[in-house]
Design a protein around this ligand. Structure first.
Ligand SMILES: *[C@@H]1O[C@H](CO)[C@@H](O)[C@H](O)[C@H]1NC(C)=O
Ligand SMILES: *[C@@H]1O[C@H](CO)[C@@H](O)[C@H](O)[C@H]1NC(C)=O
Ligand SMILES: *[C@@H]1O[C@H](CO)[C@@H](O)[C@H](O)[C@H]1NC(C)=O
Ligand SMILES: *[C@@H]1O[C@H](CO)[C@@H](O)[C@H](O)[C@H]1NC(C)=O
Ligand SMILES: [Zn+2]
Length: 376
């Protein structure tokens, strides 16, 4: 009895901490702060991709998929998997495959058999350090990989993404994850609306020429971390009624004036989605969660059916927007070796090497393409 109340206290304490993770209050990138430059004639796919609002490989927005990146962070528990199942279970991509997502997992408080199950179900497992360390050194980063491999059986080769706890990444940390041979980081923020001429909603890019996001808090451009081949998948904010002055990143439902008032948040998500899909360059759209906040089975914590409903309402609204049904012409879950053309029966096939690489990057950051809920 004593033990379980201690565990509960620890869980609640962890929830209180994570509630503030990624809480942003204003734009984190300005044009002046950026100092980013990258020449697309020398930085080319598949190894290099400049930060750009336009789709990679010179592709037109009309042929690239609209990705929804769905991620979860922190401990993997019975509660958190139940929470995710409330919104993802049974949900399918247009090609009939189950949607997948990326879980940035720590090992502290984690049920390793849940990790195994979640991975086997097709989801991506990524690294969030062993004990949610705010300034993680290599042992915290690589130790988590070793634990996920040894105790949950996730192959080392499948562990390729990293998200910094508290989104508190540093240049040095990015160097550490590059040294550990990660494919991508997804900790930086895009918080200028996608329709703004100075938006920082860049498609995923490599850090060969440094960072182009969060330039107010970290050195960007050539004076920042220039890391060959490491992909950065920015986290794309959504915006409230205040527009650019009201960005929301993780768990936006926590930012509603009252947790009960999630219809507003649904509206923010819908507006941002429409901007990404119709009014901009189909830069990926993000849903970044701490599933504990909408778990229905945590002892002592009230269920949050209105949050579950808001997420389901959003996905139910967004998914059918595909105008061409199954006749998708791009996107995909293929590998970079699979450069064949899409077919009606397998519309998710990437259509060229550049797209394949991009899709790999997005998918990896998005969930071994997991986060690819659907493509349009
Ligand atoms: C988080 O953001 C909200 C507004 O969205 C603000 O009221 C609150 O103080 C912020 N919390 C922290 C810890 O910054
Ligand atoms: C861990 O997850 C398994 C299912 O994979 C479940 O049977 C078990 O009860 C969980 N353990 C704890 C301590 O919650
Ligand atoms: C973020 O990282 C810096 C080191 O770069 C560290 O001083 C700070 O304590 C970290 N913040 C948190 C919340 O851990
Ligand atoms: C899909 O493709 C088939 C065969 O090319 C065509 O007959 C059908 O009209 C297309 N459907 C849509 C919704 O474009
Ligand atoms: Zn976290």
């Amino acid at each position: 009895m004593k033990q379980s109340s201690t565990l509960l206290a620890a869980l609640l304490a962890a929830a209180a901490v994570v509630a503030q993770e990624g809480n942003i209050s204003g734009p984190t990138t300005s044009k002046d702060a950026m100092h980013y430059s990258c020449d697309p004639s020398s930085c080319k796919l598949p190894d290099c991709n400049c930060a750009s609002t336009s789709p990679p490989g010179g592709l037109s927005k009309d042929v690239v998929p609209q990705f929804i990146l769905f991620t979860a962070d922190d401990a993997v528990q019975d509660y958190t998997i139940d929470a995710l199942n409330q919104v993802l279970k049974g949900r399918k991509n247009p090609n009939g495959c189950p949607v997948q997502m990326t879980y940035f997992a720590q090992i502290q408080y984690t049920n390793m058999s849940r990790v195994t199950e979640w991975f086997v179900a097709g989801n991506e497992i990524a690294d969030h350090t062993m004990t949610h360390e705010g300034d993680p050194q290599s042992d915290q980063i690589v130790g988590n990989l070793a634990a996920l491999n040894a105790f949950a059986g996730v192959p080392q080769s499948a562990l390729s993404g990293f998200r910094a706890p508290y989104l508190n990444y540093t240049n040095a940390m990015l160097q550490r994850i590059a040294a550990a041979e990660f494919t991508y980081d997804s900790s930086s923020t895009s918080s200028v609306p996608v329709t703004d001429p100075n938006t920082d909603a860049f498609w995923p890019y490599t850090l060969d020429h440094g960072l182009a996001n969060d330039c107010l808090t970290l050195q960007c451009g050539t004076s920042g971390p220039a890391i060959k081949g490491l992909w950065e998948i920015p986290m794309y904010a959504i915006f409230d009624d205040k527009g650019a002055a009201g960005p929301h990143l993780m768990d936006p439902w926590l930012d509603a004036e009252q947790m009960g008032d999630t219809s507003k948040v649904l509206g923010w998500m819908q507006n941002a989605f429409t901007d990404h899909y119709k009014n901009a360059q189909r830069q990926p759209f993000g849903i970044y969660t701490h599933p504990i906040h909408f778990a229905s089975s945590v002892p002592g914590q009230a269920p949050q059916p209105q949050v579950v409903k808001a997420i389901n309402d959003f996905l139910n609204w967004a998914q059918p927007q595909q105008p061409n049904g199954a006749n998708l012409t791009s996107g995909g879950t293929g590998t970079s070796d699979d450069t064949s053309s899409p077919t009606p029966s397998d519309p998710y096939r990437p259509f060229n090497a550049a797209a394949a690489q991009l899709v790999n990057a997005v998918a990896l950051g998005a969930a071994a393409f997991g986060a690819t809920l659907f493509a349009l």
